[in-house]
Design a binder for this molecule. Structure first.
Ligand code: SF4
Length: 432
């Protein structure tokens, strides 16, 4: 149909599948935050939940510094610190944990869902938090639901914390009635303002939305069943996706909603699935899409032709590289990601320019050698690598900022482009 919005390649092209790109796999020293970091955005999102990390002082410091000091607020996260006598086996950790949980709930009866979050220390001493959660859940008799997941930094990266938390919530979602009409669930923690923008667009399109995962309160998790279709808002939710599919829900394959094209494609996947008239889709989507394109165009001059390398960190690397190359004409040199979710990002990968080096996993020294040899205009990396690279004259962008900032959807597309333009602007100013 001419005049249609939606520029991504066809959703299925039998017989002419794009060959899977070659991926450089690396194992070695890594430089990433652990899954506890996800608590920083999850505790703001899920307002009736509390996250109790069972960890060490290091875990407590990580959380405190990542979240900022919250002296005046009643926080919704804390760390139960495993002391030396616990490690030495002089105290029964399960008893200690029961005591701390009871203390916490006596003081904070408003907590409806308590997540016991595992850490490296709790895993090293093989503290069974699954068993603890089951025991406490029964003991509390429905007053507070107790769940658990791991945020450990052993062989994980920081966005896996969100995946583990959401996968834990899937069994908590009520079952949809067998004769329920098809409905949509948005999956992935989004800032409330962005979530509201999407909900408004789906309402205008006429697509019935059952809710979001995570919901703003655990009590309001959407019902799920074989009639449920879901859109992932984040590319790192592999376990959550599998858990939803195990309950019969169907994932709608789409680009991730970054930039004008990604957002259009994401909305289009839902519109096609729910049989929305194409003219109506175009009419609803066009104003936001045009605003996004105009906002992106303002950053085009600064970013076009610039070479960019992503070091493996947030797992957002592939869709962001697609956005930067397709909509801003940047040149991805290397796109490194801790884990490559091939099925979830297949369409994203197909849109990366030929010759883009894709790497999975990390061998820090080798990767830094490649950055030094490539000398990209911009390197997206973890906090610990940014300063040394800047000292070598390379411009950097902190990957974690991309997770903490609202970057999804039409209205945020300009800000997303600006996150990459800013370090280059600063570099140019410093040169003068
Ligand atoms: S979970 Fe592990 S990596 Fe994370 S802060 Fe605690 S000790 Fe460090």
């Amino acid at each position: 149909m001419t005049g249609d919005i939606g520029l991504a390649p066809p959703r299925s092209a039998p017989g002419c599948a794009t060959p899977a790109p070659e991926v450089l796999r690396e194992r070695g020293q890594r430089e990433v935050f652990c899954g506890l970091t996800g608590i920083i955005w999850l505790h703001r999102k899920i307002q009736d939940a509390f996250f109790l990390v069972v960890g060490s002082r290091t875990c407590a410091h990580l959380l405190q510094s990542a979240a900022g000091v919250m002296i005046f607020a009643e926080p919704r996260f804390a760390t139960a610190i495993i002391e030396e006598r616990d490690l030495a086996g002089m105290a029964d950790c399960q008893d200690e944990l029961d005591r701390i949980v009871r203390q916490l709930l006596d003081r904070r009866p408003d907590i409806r869902t308590l997540f016991l979050v595992g850490s490296c220390p709790s895993e090293v001493i093989k503290l069974d938090l699954g068993k603890a959660a089951q025991r406490l859940d029964v003991a509390l008799g429905g007053r507070t639901r107790v769940l658990n997941y791991s945020g450990s930094g052993i062989e994980t990266t920081f966005t896996e914390g969100e995946d583990a938390c959401l996968a834990t919530l899937v069994p908590e979602m009520p079952a949809a009635a067998a004769d329920a009409a098809p409905s949509l669930v948005i999956v992935g923690a989004l800032p409330d303002i962005v979530e509201d923008q999407f909900l408004r667009l789906f309402a205008e399109l006429g697509i019935p939305v059952a809710g979001c995962l995570p919901a703003r309160t655990v009590a309001n998790l959407p019902a799920i069943g074989p009639q449920t279709r879901f859109l992932l808002a984040q590319p790192f939710l592999g376990d959550t996706c599998r858990a939803l599919e195990d309950r019969g829900a169907k994932r709608l394959d789409a680009l991730f909603p970054f930039g004008a094209e990604g957002t259009t494609d994401w909305l289009l996947a839902a519109a096609l699935s729910f049989g929305i008239d194409r003219m109506h889709f175009n009419a609803v989507v066009a104003p936001g899409r045009e605003r996004a394109k105009r906002a992106i165009a303002h950053r085009h001059e600064r970013l076009a032709g610039k070479r960019i390398t992503f070091l493996p960190d947030s797992q957002l690397e592939v869709p962001l590289a697609r956005f930067l190359s397709n909509e801003l004409d940047m040149i991805p040199v290397e796109v490194g990601t801790p884990y490559l979710h091939r099925d979830l990002t297949a369409r994203e990968l197909a849109l990366l320019p030929a010759g883009t080096r894709i790497s999975e996993g990390q061998h820090l020294d080798r990767q830094l050698d490649r950055v030094r040899a490539d000398r990209p205009d911009l390197t997206v990396c973890g906090l610990g690598l940014a300063n040394p690279l800047e000292a070598e004259g390379l411009s950097t962008k902190w990957a974690i900022e991309l997770v903490f900032s609202p970057i999804h959807g039409f209205e945020q597309a300009g800000d997303l482009a600006d996150l990459f333009a800013r370090p280059l602007r600063r570099r140019d100013l410093l040169k003068v």
